[in-house]
Design a protein around this ligand. Structure first.
Ligand code: ADP
Length: 253
């Protein structure tokens, strides 16, 4: 695939807003937030695309029950639950480890992003690969980003990496729309809240860099159960409190 030249911006003429969902490290719930936020935006009546650029752990095929995709249909976006979806996972063998180097990742994702006929969209949500290496930096530079949302857990170990993410976007002058703290607390059967990863980390980071804390989302077994079942919680259980939090979150974007 021919990719954009280094430093060259990708043009997505029919797309009004391109939002990157990023995290300093893997496993914090970035893909879960990206998928549910995209669905919540769709519930607000927006035309939404979701690009799963997480080459190291593409999750759109599982979360949207797409399984194996006919490769001849790629790079046309696949419609599911009202979203236009594209995943690096459609191109990769799920059993093969990805050991591409940063520049190759950026080139592959960049050219893929540029070649997909997204059509007219209000929002394109891009689920970036976790981390702040070359690939992420190049992608943040090349994709015509309106802004980035940083997902973190409240624990300090997660915040350290989230701060690196913040610096990366600042370096390429992409505005940070805000912080989403995921896995903030667990509601016990007696109604009390338990915070296994500590509390206040997302707020601390948001204050540090002067951006809003967009949400504090609880740990809830339904979130992972729905994602694993091929229908993210916002779509499967729209009346669940977590889904309502996502609808509120979409209002702030
Ligand atoms: P990342 O994209 O940051 O690697 P994922 O979105 O894949 O993380 O989430 C990692 C795992 O945690 C998945 O199994 C997902 O279902 C689960 N998960 C994410 N957020 C929550 C949450 N708020 N409550 C419960 N499980 C969650």
């Amino acid at each position: 695939m021919n990719g954009p030249m280094p430093g060259q911006k990708i043009s997505l003429p029919g797309v009004k807003h391109v939002i990157a969902i990023a995290s300093g490290k893997g496993g914090v719930g970035k893909s879960t937030v990206a998928a549910n936020l995209a669905l919540a935006l769709h519930m607000h009546g927006q035309r939404v695309g979701l690009m799963d650029a997480d080459i190291y752990g593409p999750s759109v095929p599982l979360m949207f029950n797409l399984g194996v995709v006919d490769q001849t249909k790629v790079p046309f976006p696949i419609e599911q639950y009202g979203l236009k979806l594209m995943s690096m996972g459609f191109l990769l063998d799920p059993n093969q480890a990805v050991i591409w180097r940063g520049p190759k990742v950026a080139q592959a994702v960049g050219s893929f992003l540029a070649q997909v006929p997204w059509g007219e969209l209000d929002f394109l949500v891009i689920d970036l690969p976790p981390g702040t290496g070359d690939a992420q930096l190049t992608l943040s530079q090349q994709a015509p980003l309106t802004g980035a949302v940083i997902v973190t857990q409240p624990a300090e170990v997660s915040l350290i990496d989230a701060r690196k993410g913040v610096r990366m976007f600042q370096e390429v002058r992409v505005p940070i729309l805000g912080i989403v703290e995921n896995m903030s607390y667990l509601t016990m059967p007696d109604g009390n809240r338990l915070s296994p990863f500590g509390s206040g980390g997302g707020k601390k980071l948001a204050n540090e860099i002067g951006v809003p804390l967009l949400g504090e989302l609880p740990i809830d077994p339904q979130v992972s159960a729905c994602g694993d079942s091929g229908e993210p919680i916002v779509r499967k259980l729209p009346d669940h409190p977590v889904s309502k939090s996502y609808v509120d979150l979409a209002n702030t974007i």
